[in-house]
Design a protein around this ligand. Structure first.
Ligand SMILES: [Zn+2]
Length: 365
């Protein structure tokens, strides 16, 4: 049993062609400069790396490069070589597949539970000041890119809503950590539709379109819900999660997928979790009660927003679909409502999933 290999003596870079032979536990090298023997127990065999040659390391510092293949396998077998436990696992595909599945499950679990938990723990320690600057910068960008337009609400109405908002803020001493915010900011965005959102720095942005759709008490119910997101630092937690995800993806994939990392950030940020919405609803309902107002105001605001999102959907889907909806029975209406979260509508409803369940819960309070 012998095969050809390249020998390096470990002192110069010169390559010698040798023949390898297995004889009773010894590896013999036959070369132009004679024969050398090594006890195979003292020879270290490199692990296979793709199709690269395997390397046999000798105790004197020399080594041989040997092409992979049946010849090498036969030589190693004749020498009584046993692959390491890890290598045997690697060449066993059900085990490798199992290991891969485990790793994926661990990553998914870390993403699903570990990351939100970490963000929740870290959020209270993030100073508010830089978050306010970041949120101001984000708002400036939205304004500059004309995603948002100046509000056209009459000043008197803005003042009235600001008063109601200030009373809601005054109910919760914990919101004082956002000083000088929380602050109510009015904007208009006909392309986006009725919406309101809380920024990590404590700015709550309210769209004219939402004010137009609902009455003032319902607007305050929505603002109370948004204050719930602030109180629990939901948007900050989302921001932490998406930053960590982006950073991990960028570190793992390098430059290639900076775009993917960015996208991941967006996906993560796009929606609050169901738990977060329910928390904000519970907070909003409690705040309304403290002001002797009914939590049903939030439910009715949700219903109006949902109806408006559905109408928007129907317009988008064309006349045929519209007629079908008009004639449709209750079941198809239910179906239609269930699909809403997947729609292209960018307003409050699409960023606030599980609307039906939330309305049911609010009504049951
Ligand atoms: Zn919400």
């Amino acid at each position: 049993m012998n095969m050809e290999a390249f020998y390096f003596d470990g002192r110069s870079s010169k390559r010698h062609t040798v023949r390898l032979e297995a004889t009773s536990g010894h590896l013999c090298l036959h070369g132009p400069e004679g024969e050398r023997r090594f006890a195979f127990a003292e020879v270290r065999v490199s692990e296979p790396q793709g199709r690269a040659p395997r390397v046999l390391h000798f105790p004197d510092g020399g080594c041989c490069e040997v092409a992979q293949g049946a010849e090498l396998d036969a030589l190693l077998q004749a020498l009584g070589y046993r692959a390491s436990f890890v290598m045997r696992l690697q060449s066993n595909w059900p085990v490798s597949l199992g290991a891969l599945v485990c790793v994926i499950l661990i990553l998914v679990a870390a993403y699903q539970w570990g990351l939100p938990l970490g963000a929740e723990i870290a959020a209270p320690y993030v100073p508010v000041k830089p978050m306010q600057q970041l949120s101001d910068a984000a708002l400036r960008q939205l304004d500059e890119r004309e995603v948002l337009a100046p509000s056209r609400l009459p000043l008197a109405q803005q003042e009235k809503l600001r008063g109601g908002f200030a009373r809601l803020v005054a109910l919760d001493p914990e919101l004082a950590s956002y000083a000088p915010n929380p602050q109510l900011i009015f904007r208009s965005a006909p392309d986006i539709g009725p919406n309101a959102f809380a920024m990590p720095g404590g700015q709550i942005v309210l769209f004219d379109e939402l004010v137009d759709l609902t009455d003032d008490d319902e607007v305050l119910a929505v603002l109370a819900h948004e204050l719930g997101h602030l109180n629990r630092r939901h948007s900050l937690r989302q921001l932490i999660q998406s930053s960590v995800t982006s950073a991990v993806l960028a570190a793992y994939f390098g430059d290639v997928s900076a775009a993917a990392a960015y996208l991941a950030g967006i996906v993560v940020e796009a929606k609050y979790s169901r738990e977060m919405e329910l928390e904000a609803d519970a907070y909003g309902a409690a705040a309304l009660r403290q002001q002797n107002k009914s939590p049903l105001l939030l439910a009715s605001a949700l219903e109006k927003l949902e109806r408006s999102a559905r109408d928007e959907d129907d317009e988008d889907e064309g006349d045929e679909e519209y007629e079908e909806y008009e004639e449709g029975d209750a079941a198809s209406e239910e179906q239609n409502a269930g699909d809403e979260d997947e729609s292209g509508v960018l307003g409050w409803i699409s960023s606030h999933p599980d609307t039906r369940e939330r309305i049911r819960r609010l009504k049951a309070l």
